[in-house]
Design a protein around this ligand. Structure first.
Ligand code: NDP
Length: 504
């Protein structure tokens, strides 16, 4: 088994780690749409070591010159020709090389290994391929002698479709790499606002002192997508929103909101605290399913004034599918900090708009001295928005201005719009940060094995409950805010989704 790689790092004259970077699946959607633009931005920001070289690997029979043309075309498309700086573009293209490999064929790795012989020995392997190839890739890299104690491996979601299959993938990785060499991506962790959540909580006593069940009524985490399944019906139908979104992105956000302060800001201290939250998640048993869970599926509706097909009328649809395209959950974290403060998670496809928000609903005062008609207003709400624009807003009450308004209250946001408060600073895409941190070897923004497996364990248990309880699907039209049942569920507890709140 390899040793800890952090013991031997190679620093260039610029102080940035020297490195070789191998991108498997380099011609796929993720690589071209996200990773190449992210690498360009890192190049442009001069964050890549001059010595860093990038080997692009895929099946297609192209050469390095053709790869460079394809990447240039892609960058023109996704960043825009006017935005591209010629010298940064040329800098990135010069780093790129191509190696054709069928990743299922052991003999093909010999050429790759040979091509890498003269490269820097600290290699990061990024697997932007279907997860079904992960095991083959690790095994064949090992056989070709291309893994050493300095190697790192970056893997994309999904890490399995349940606990058992995630263990198969994790076991395959663990055969050839130490946990300290494995970087599991959840790209939400690379978002600027998610980083800011840590700063907001742990750098501001104002918030952290009141970050508990004594002051917080409930927490809402909503991830609404306006798109549908984008031509990937077959893939999505095997997954559903629980496996595709809740198990990874929403669970990670929940952990970051609910965790205790880590003793240090290093990877394992943060991940230890997240694991404690996952361990404290209360199972949702079959008899609690109707009060804690809503499953939905979109039906024919309208999007931007155009008719849009429901899930079962999408191209390639299987008309009998009972896969959920929407899910709302009431989640309870059973510990000292959170017992009595529920977390409502909600995510759906083909919703009215694309928005990702964490909303902290604070409790009201026990005694209200203003006009009783305004008592419903008397709550503070902290809205942490991840997309479309990243912002943090604290809804506070003030007096309506004027001499004839008495003590009429009004609600206004104290707003931190990240794009506006820090002008001239571009908000980086999540993948820029994640690539940079992987190259640096910082695992803070990556998911540890126990996090993945505990999250699957909880999600599997909830799925079993809804299957044995024959939980039915609630329809909602394309372009809506989801099924009525999701409103009914939260209202049962005297709570509201943010868009329906009086405090909004
Ligand atoms: P694509 O199908 O678009 O691309 C897959 C890539 O893998 C292609 O470059 C393909 O090569 C290569 N590949 C497939 N089989 C082989 C093989 N046997 N030998 C060599 N190369 C092979 O997939 P995506 O880019 O969409 O996704 C990649 C991974 O990232 C998946 O795990 C996915 O779940 C994950 N992911 C993707 C996201 C996205 O936005 N696309 C978002 C989050 C995660 P070639 O082009 O030559 O055929």
């Amino acid at each position: 088994m390899p040793n800890n790689p952090s013991s031997n790092e190679h620093t260039s004259a610029t102080g940035i780690l020297s490195h070789s970077f191998v991108l498997f699946g380099a011609l796929g959607d993720l690589s071209l749409r996200k990773l190449m633009p992210a690498l360009y931005q890192l190049e442009h920001a001069k964050l890549l070591s001059p010595e860093l070289a990038i080997m692009a690997v895929a099946r297609s029979a192209i050469n390095t010159a053709e790869l460079r043309l394809r990447v240039e075309h892609t960058l023109n498309q996704y960043i825009g020709a006017d935005e591209l700086d010629p010298s940064s573009l040329s800098g990135l293209l010069q780093r790129l090389h191509y190696c054709q490999v069928d990743l299922t064929q052991a003999q093909d790795y010999v050429a790759l290994e040979k091509a890498l012989t003269s490269w820097h020995p600290q290699v990061t392997y990024y697997l932007a391929t279907p997860p079904s190839l992960y095991k083959d890739i690790c095994q064949h890299l090992h056989t070709a002698g291309a893994i050493n104690e300095h190697s790192r491996i970056v893997v994309e979601k999904p890490i399995g479709h349940d606990l058992a299959s995630s263990k198969v993938i994790n076991n395959a990785l663990a055969l050839y790499f130490e946990e300290s060499q494995i970087f599991r991506i959840d790209h939400y962790l690379g978002k600027e606002t998610v980083q800011n959540l840590i700063a907001l909580r742990f750098a501001n006593p104002l918030f952290e002192n009141q970050w508990n069940n004594q002051y917080i009524d409930y927490v809402e985490i909503s991830v609404a997508e306006d798109v549908g399944i984008e031509g990937r019906w077959g893939y999505f139908d095997q997954a559903g929103q629980m496996r595709d979104m809740v198990q990874n992105h929403l669970m990670q956000l929940l952990c970051l909101v609910a965790m205790d302060p880590p003793s240090k800001l290093d990877a394992n201290s943060i991940r230890d605290e997240k694991v404690k939250v996952l361990r404290a998640l209360k199972p949702i048993k079959e008899d609690a399913i109707n009060n804690h869970l809503v499953l939905g599926q979109y039906t024919d509706g309208q999007f931007k004034q155009q008719p849009a097909p429901g899930y079962l009328n999408e191209p390639d649809a299987n008309t009998n599918s009972d896969t959920e395209t929407f899910i709302a959950l009431r989640v309870e974290v059973s510990n000292w900090r959170w017992t009595g403060t529920p977390f409502y998670l909600r995510t759906g496809k083909r919703m009215e708009s694309k928005v990702t928000e964490i909303i902290i609903h604070y409790k009201a005062h026990n005694h209200f001295i203003f006009n009783p008609d305004q008592a419903k207003l008397a709550k503070n709400t902290l809205v942490i928005r991840l997309q479309p624009s990243e912002s943090i807003a604290l809804q506070v009450l003030t007096k309506e201005q004027g001499i004839d308004t008495g003590m009429l209250l009004r609600r206004d946001p104290l707003q931190l719009n990240l794009a506006q408060t820090q002008t001239n600073v571009r908000i980086p895409d999540a993948y820029e940060r994640l690539l940079l941190e992987a190259i640096k070897g910082n695992q803070s923004l990556f998911v540890r094995r126990d996090e993945v497996e505990l999250s699957w364990q909880w999600c599997d248990q909830v799925r079993r409950s809804w299957q044995s309880g024959n939980k039915s699907l609630a329809p909602y039209p394309v372009g809506s805010t989801g099924p009525q049942e999701a409103l009914d569920m939260i209202q049962m507890y005297g709570h509201h989704w943010y868009e329906d709140c009086d405090e909004n």
